[in-house]
Ligand binder design. Structure first.
Ligand code: F0G
Length: 433
């Protein structure tokens, strides 16, 4: 077999078969990663093959994940792949957002264009394919919304039973609706994300259910394709910075791994720097990087950007490695900064969910601090779709959005709807002003 599971802990590096049902190293408890045994893919030939596949009607080639399968740990069982044609997400130039961030130019890679509306689909297609390879019947995850919608869709498409665990009262209706519609058995638990993840890990082992949170190394492998596709779209000319929000830090781990592999295999000539942005009320990774010492979790994480409302991110050791390997930085932003940045991304005609807007808020701060140059080439990854939190949006624009500590968030770029009588003269006079 071409790939193996390897302990991420540099002092351990224990190796396991690619079809072991494991999430942590049994020797040291470290995180696991998939490692491709074939060390020297032919970069020039693959770049050409991947381009040609874009024109092809074969489902595997149409997927923006499986098109790049040579860098994924599946050499057998491609017939078990479940794809909803994930990936294929656009790079969008946004001059107004660039101006707001203090940059000459800014490009968004919008993962909200995925089948279930977030970047989770890139990872889930691989995670669910692995569940099939292992002969698993049931899959589970804890989620603040996007993971559950994605897992429900892919598991049901694959004929598996999805079970999702969500924090009661802290998930958007849109996401809950997707999970229900895709047929997931849905448990709303009275605990926060971190507490439920500990619970689900225990239950998965006890009941023989395959766990599909981002601790699962196959999710991380799939999410590498976000970067591979981005570089392909940039004709293999890497930007100076890649900016992303950080919650459980799976994406940071995946992006860093993808960049290291692309660099080592000769697909790109240099490494872009990662900039990871957390919400102030849920910023344990920011604290680790800026204050040093041991990793400590945030027991009661708070932010309206529920996707990154995570106080005990499982992938922090990988993420720390990737931030260092890319000479990256970690920033944190306030609720007001996220809300205003989000409205700016909306006005650019693009739109995203609150967690994704942390990117632009972070760019603005990193520019103000002189960490990022005005002329830098920056790609920010918008992780989820605008329609995830319509409640948040309506409240922001009407000046009724409150931060978790009940402070009011100013509608700096508010856009109030106007209620009018059915009176053409009145409406005409309104519109003439
Ligand atoms: N952005 C969005 C839209 C997300 O849904 C998430 C995570 C993140 C960013 C953070 O990514 O964990 O890789 O650092 N959402 C998870 C969920 C927690 O359950 O859907 P990360």
């Amino acid at each position: 077999m071409r790939a193996e599971l390897v302990c991420f802990n540099r002092e351990c590096r224990a190796r396991y078969a690619i079809d072991a049902v494991l999430y942590n190293c049994t020797a040291c408890g470290g995180l696991l990663e998939a490692e491709l045994a074939e060390r020297t893919p032919d970069a020039a030939a693959l770049k050409k093959t991947w381009r040609e596949r874009r024109m092809c009607n074969v489902p595997l080639d149409q997927s923006g994940v499986w098109r790049y399968r040579e860098l994924l740990p599946f050499d057998d069982g491609l017939e078990r792949v479940v794809t909803l044609r994930e990936g294929n997400t656009p790079l969008l130039d946004a001059p107004r957002a660039a101006e707001y961030g203090g940059l000459e130019r800014l490009t968004f890679k919008h993962q909200g264009f995925n089948p279930t509306g977030s970047f989770k689909d890139n990872g889930m297609t691989c995670g669910v394919t692995q569940a099939r390879r292992l002969g698993m019947k049931r899959v589970a995850c804890v989620s603040t919304g996007n993971t559950s919608a994605s897992m429900a869709a892919y598991a049901s498409a694959a004929g598996l039973d999805p079970i999702i665990f969500i924090p009661h009262g802290n998930i958007s209706y849109g996401k809950l609706a997707q999970a229900l519609e895709y047929g997931a058995r849905t448990l709303q638990v009275e605990a926060n994300f971190d507490e439920i993840l500990a619970l689900v890990r225990q239950l998965a082992e006890r009941l023989g259910i395959y766990l599909l949170n981002s601790i699962n190394p196959f999710r991380i492998e799939g999410q590498k394709s976000i970067i591979i596709e981005m570089m392909d779209q940039l004709d293999w000319e890497p930007p100076d910075w890649i900016v992303l929000p950080g919650g459980n830090l799976g994406n940071t781990s995946a992006f860093g791994k993808a960049l290291r592999e692309l660099h080592a295999f000769g697909f790109i000539g240099r490494m872009p720097r990662l900039a990871v942005v957390q919400a102030e009320g849920a910023a344990p990774f920011w604290r680790l990087v800026h204050e040093g010492g041991e990793f400590t979790s945030v027991p009661k994480p708070e932010t309206l950007a529920t996707a990154i409302r995570i106080g005990d991110p499982v992938s922090w050791p990988k993420a720390l490695h990737e931030v260092r390997a890319s000479n990256g930085v970690v920033e944190k932003v306030s609720e007001q900064e996220i809300a205003d940045a989000k409205a700016q991304i909306g006005r650019a005609g693009i739109g995203c969910e609150p967690a994704s807007a942390a990117t632009l808020a972070g760019i603005r701060k990193l520019r103000a601090a002189g960490v990022m140059e005005r002329s830098a080439r920056v790609v920010a990854v918008l992780t989820g779709n605008l329609l995830k939190d319509p409640d948040y949006i309506y409240k922001y624009h009407t000046g009724t959005l409150q931060s978790p500590d009940h402070g009011t968030i100013r509608p700096t770029f508010g856009n109030q709807p106007t209620v009018v009588r059915n009176d053409p003269d009145l409406i005409a006079s309104l519109l003439e002003n």
